[in-house]
Design a protein around this ligand. Structure first.
Ligand code: F6P
Length: 293
């Protein structure tokens, strides 16, 4: 992870500032872009006009930064080389509108950004920063730069600090698990029963990873999009979702796992590869890994 003397500190700041500055444009564009496009993204999901608009906007603005040499997005098949400084440049992998199926029902969505100091596909251990913007009742942004996690209000495209050094609370209270329950493997079902038997824990699942992660960060708890019987690698993508969220949760004192190891240790082999995602308070992920053993 990056340190205070990180040679990439200015570049990371520039990327975060650019993403925050685009948040109002993305938000303003949503009402008119709820319609489906005729295309599917590389993971086979139906694209909305809003997904494509957000992807193009990020490619244009992040791709124009000297500090960025590669741009990859969940919405496009190929990695786009950009004109940044080859020797020092960073690779950006972005999920432009995470949870965009929530647009129709007007529920939470977000943007996830992963900044790697390596060509894509890269390992989580190559991350130097990660962030997400949460389009909830208000727009907030969480950043992790290797030197702590910060929560911001994004007002008119400008970040204002809400909380510095965000840490998962010690007394977790929420859980959210994706995938169809009959499709869960027996060992994961057994784990969920253990979690449910703890009367301090309550179910909250919104169907947009960013919203479901943010509640874990704020209240403490566990989020999983598990390996499924029908999809042993689950649904979420390593480069755009698993790695950046693992980096943020671990930077905030929590833990991430693919079932056996930290998400940041998963070997990358394809830019659109999927991975089971389990993140949350340390003891809950330890319990999960013991259950899946
Ligand atoms: O990757 C897209 C996504 O919308 C995530 O944000 C979310 O966690 C997941 O899919 C929801 O999937 P499901 O509709 O199966 O609950």
């Amino acid at each position: 992870m990056a340190t205070q003397a990180d040679p990439h500190a200015d570049a990371i700041e520039e990327i975060f500032t650019t993403v925050a500055a685009l948040a109002p444009d993305i938000r303003d564009a949503l009402p008119g872009r709820r319609v489906q496009n005729d295309e599917t993204n590389p993971s086979g999901e139906t694209q909305l006009a809003a997904d494509i608009y957000a992807d193009e906007l990020f490619r244009e603005h992040l791709g124009a930064l000297d500090s960025v040499v590669e741009y990859a997005s969940e919405e496009r098949t190929k990695i786009v080389p950009t004109d940044g400084e080859e020797d020092t440049g960073l690779s950006v992998a972005i999920d432009p509108l995470d949870g965009s199926s929530n647009l129709k029902s007007n529920n939470t969505m977000g943007t996830i950004v992963a900044v790697y100091d390596a060509p894509l596909p890269a390992a989580g251990s190559d991350l130097v920063a990660a962030a997400y913007v949460l389009f909830g009742p208000i727009t907030t942004m969480i950043t992790a730069d290797g030197d702590g996690v910060t929560e911001y209000l994004v007002d008119d495209g400008v970040r204002e600090v809400i909380t510095e050094d965000v840490q998962l609370p010690d007394d977790p209270s929420v859980y959210g698990f994706g995938g169809r329950v009959p499709d869960w493997p027996d060992d994961f079902t057994a784990y969920t029963e253990d979690i449910e038997s703890d009367d301090s824990m309550k179910l909250r699942y919104g169907g947009a990873m960013i919203g479901d992660i943010n509640q874990v960060l704020i209240y403490g708890g566990v989020f999983a999009y598990p390996a499924l019987e029908s999809a042993p690698n689950g649904k979420l993508r390593l480069q755009f979702e698993g790695n950046p969220i693992g980096f943020i949760i671990e930077s905030a004192g929590g833990r991430s796992s693919d079932g056996t190891q930290s998400l940041l240790d998963v070997e990358p082999n394809d830019v659109h590869q999927r991975v089971p995602v389990y993140v949350g308070n340390d003891e809950l992920i330890e319990q999960l890994e013991a259950s899946l053993d």
